[in-house]
Design a protein around this ligand. Sequence first.
Ligand code: SAM
Length: 226
Amino acid sequence: MLGSGGTDDTRRTDWNAWHDDYADPASALSARLAVVRSEIRLDLDRRAATGWAEPLTVLSACAGDGRDILGVLAERDGRLPGPVEVTLLETDRRNLERAERFCRETGLTGVRLGEEDAGWSGSYLGAAPADLVLMCGVFGNIADADVRRLIEFLPALCRAGATLVWTRSRRAPDLTPAIRDWLAGTGFTELSFTAPPDVLGSVGTHRFDGEPQPLPLDQRLFSFLR
Ligand SMILES: C[S@@+](CC[C@H](N)C(=O)[O-])C[C@H]1O[C@@H](n2cnc3c(N)ncnc32)[C@H](O)[C@@H]1O
């Protein structure tokens, strides 16, 4: 069936059902989540060592139901040295509803659910610059040129010293060497790159050591391919 935009909607991914693989603890997606959560825990632990007075800001683009950051915050159950403000940008309302339910059930506060297009620069107004930026499940769903454009845009999303956690499959042709080069050229220092030999997924964690940039409000950064 063709939608009004001329795209074949039957080929569009159901991004709510996409989360079903998380129900299987042995799935590649669950393994990836475990790495992402452990990188988030490390970042919070690093920051907790010195404490924070201002709210620590977290931004997740294409956040899904936000289970990476929300899961970690829920397990900390208020045992953090300061407030945390989270913004989830996500276009599938069902995923945001799941995030909202999770927050209600766990008592998590300080979470803004933005039903907004993360591929449009203006959607980040109020959420950027952030201390922790999550780009999980993004780089593998957009054109390579958009990955590069998005990386070049990251200095507008990051505070000085911000941490970026990103994921990308290494399915051939593997774009992760280029992604790591582009990040290095944009002021990011690699803290870790987890790429187990038995799976295609990989998770990178970088610190932003460059100069934060103003947020442009009118740029198209990317559109999902499927
Ligand atoms: C691969 S999933 C990743 C979800 C989550 N980050 C994770 O790792 O579990 C991609 C998500 O991006 C959302 N999405 C797609 N295009 C988007 C856009 N332009 N702006 C915001 N979210 C978008 C989808 O609805 C989907 O939930």
